[in-house]
Design a protein around this ligand. Sequence first.
Ligand code: MLY
Length: 265
Amino acid sequence: NKDAFSWEEYLKETSSSPAPPSCFRQSRVPPGNDFKMGMKLEGHDPRNSTSVCIATVMGLMGTRLRLRLDGSDNTNDFWRLVDSADIQPIGTCEKNGDMLQPPLGFRMNASSWPMFLLRTLSGAEMAPATAFKKEPCRPLQNGFKPGMKLEAVDKKNPYLICPATIGEVRGDEIFVMFDGWRGAFDYWCKYDSRDIFPVGWCSVTKHSLQPPGNSVTLPKSLQSPPPPPPSSSSSPAKPTRRSMQSPYRLSAPLPPLPVRKGVRG
Ligand code: MLY
C-alpha cells in the first residue's frame, strides 16, 4: 500500500534517526498477546492506583489490552500492555491477603459491592496466568537525545500510537513531541515510560500506527520552548488548565504552510 505511512521513507524525508531500542523499557522481542475478548483479570484502578479492581478485556490491539473496570461505566476504558505490572491474574489480590475494591465511581451502592463481586466472578472467563508477561527491566540510564524518533501513545487519545520525536531531555525526563501536530499533544514523561516504543514496534506487533499530522513542524526559531518538566520536589498536584494547553502556542501569526509530499487530506 503506497499510501501507508513508511518509517523508512519518513526517516529519509526528515533526515532523522530512530532512538535505539535499548533506550526503551520494552522487550527486545515483543511479547505475544494471549488474552481474549471478555476475559477478566485484576488491575490497578488508573484513577486510584492503590486499589486493585476486576477488569474485563474489551479490546485487543498489538501487545495492548483495552480494559474496563467491572462496576464502572464505559467512559473510563484504559489501555495496558500484556507485560504491564498493573495487571495480574484473578486471585492474586486475595493470595496477597488484600481485598478487591470497587472502582472509583462504582455505579451501585457501596453496600452491594460484595454481592456484585460474587456475581461478576461466578462463571467468568478468567485470563490464564500464562497470558501475563513479565515486565521488562528499565534501562539503567536515560539514553534519549533530542531529535530521535519513536512511537508514542497519544495520552489524550490513548488508543492511538503515533510517530514522535524527542524534543528535550532533562535528567530522567524526556519531552515527547508528536510529529505534525504543532505541540497540541506533546508531553513530558520519564525515560522508562511504558507508553513509548522503538520505531517499528507497531508494525512488528500488528498495532495500528497513526500517520504524522499534516501541520508543518515549525523551525526552532518560531517555537516557544517546551514547558519545564514537572518538578519532582513539588507535590503531585493535579494539572492546571495552563499546563494542559499546548506548550507550542505561537506568539506570531503562522507563515503559510508548505505542504509535505504525500500529505493526506
Ligand atoms: N481528531 C482528534 C484526534 C487527534 C489525534 C492527534 N494525535 C494523533 C497526536 C483531534 O484532532 O483532536
